[in-house]
Unconditional design. Structure first.
Ligand SMILES: Nc1ncnc2c1ncn2[C@@H]1O[C@H](COP(=O)(O)OP(=O)(O)OP(=O)(O)O)[C@@H](O)[C@H]1O
Length: 356
């Protein structure tokens, strides 16, 4: 497996890009550690597939370099890079059996037959197709075919990295969960370098140790699931991760106080910010409390989602979401308080580090 370094990568699909908007990928510098499990997470069109294709060698970046274990591979083909890939839709040989499909990448490499049989049996078990090993792939469902694709991606142990591009899209929800956990186990057992593209936060947060969040061609944060939750570096990360996402309120700073209309929120610290920046306070619905103390508010909607409720309330003309445990009472004349541990401040969408 390999350490993968991205150095000052940029990519535009246009021959003569003129402005930043012409770039599908703005400057990216990042190292994927050898043996790490990473997710590239972001909305449609943010550049995830472009970045993955640059790693695999399907796309040559307009600018910058890509290194595997310190060696420049920017001009090398996918095959020369020795990468396994699993795409959104099945890529298999219809006329071969399930087992032959899995064995194919190993036979190509001329592995001993007993080792091939052992690896194929292991993967068949993992994808739950042992009893269909000798069936022609053509006769399987789309879901089963995609499992073969996944298996083919995992069957070789000598690759530099395994890249997944939304591989579970066609898999049914129950199996999705199962395959995701198996991928994670496999990662723990064999220490593959894995990069997994998805726009689904649950998929990213359960699969990866490190999540790379992308937005409009840029990496906006790289972190563990808990870092992304507690300290979103950009307001986009706050919105995109969490259900519902972080509340973001326009405020004015006054020392250790943030002013929102006539309401004041005490901050966990202070900071000097230059004139002209747009300042926002971010707080996740989990860190707001509805009770008898705090700022006057008005409830607009309550959604009951099992063990907790999502309460929508209005504060100084802005809508906020509050998570309330199922059995907690909401007073008739509720007030809203902010848990300081959950307060983040932003200038022009980027997080500020407060001085305690
Ligand atoms: N082959 C191409 N030619 C021209 N533009 C492209 C090409 N591939 C992608 N783009 C553009 O580059 C931008 C990033 O696309 P990319 O497919 O990398 O995003 P993504 O995050 O993977 O989105 P999705 O989840 O929808 O695949 C988009 O604006 C897209 O329209």
């Amino acid at each position: 497996m390999a350490r993968i370094e991205l150095q000052q990568l940029q990519h535009s699909y246009l021959a003569r890009p003129k402005s930043a908007a012409d770039y599908a990928l703005k400057e990216v510098n990042h190292t994927f550690d050898d043996g790490g499990a990473y997710a590239l997470l972001g909305p449609s069109g943010c550049g995830k597939t472009t970045l993955l294709s640059i790693i695999s060698g399907l796309v040559t970046p307009s600018e910058g370099k890509i290194l595997f274990n310190g060696e420049d591979v920017t001009e090398r083909s996918t095959e020369q890079r020795n990468i396994a890939q699993v795409f959104q839709f099945p890529v298999i040989y219809d006329t071969m059996t399930v087992a032959q499909n899995l064995a194919f990448p190993l036979r190509n490499r001329r592995l001993p037959e007993d080792e091939i049989n052992r690896r194929v049996a292991e993967i068949l078990e993992m994808i739950g197709l042992t009893d269909r090993a000798d069936r022609r792939a053509r006769r399987l469902t789309a879901d089963q075919k995609q499992k073969i694709s996944l298996g083919r991606g995992l069957v070789r142990s000598d690759v530099n990295a395994i890249l997944f591009d939304e591989p579970l899209t066609v898999i049914d929800p129950h199996m999705k969960w199962q395959l995701r956990s198996q991928l994670k186990q496999l990662h723990r057992r064999f220490g593959y370098t894995m990069v997994y593209v998805t726009h689904d936060q649950t998929e990213a947060l359960t699969f990866a140790d490190t999540v790379v969040v992308m937005y409009e061609g840029q990496i906006v944060q790289i972190g563990t699931p808990s870092q992304l939750f507690e300290k979103p570096r950009h307001t986009f990360v706050g919105y995109f991760i969490g259900s519902p996402g972080m509340n973001v309120l326009p405020v004015e700073l006054d020392g250790r106080t943030a002013r929102l209309g006539g309401s004041a929120v005490e901050l966990p610290g202070s900071i000097e910010v230059g004139q002209g920046s747009t300042i926002e306070l971010g707080i996740r619905p989990e860190y707001l409390r509805l009770g008898r103390e705090g700022l006057p508010t008005r409830i607009t909607k309550i959604e009951d989602i099992g063990r907790r409720k999502i309460v929508h309330a209005e504060l100084e003309g802005h809508e906020v979401a509050v998570i309330v445990p199922e059995h907690e009472e909401i007073p008739a004349d509720p007030r809203l308080s902010f848990d300081q541990r959950g307060i983040n401040l932003y200038a022009d969408s980027w997080r500020l580090e407060l001085e305690p």
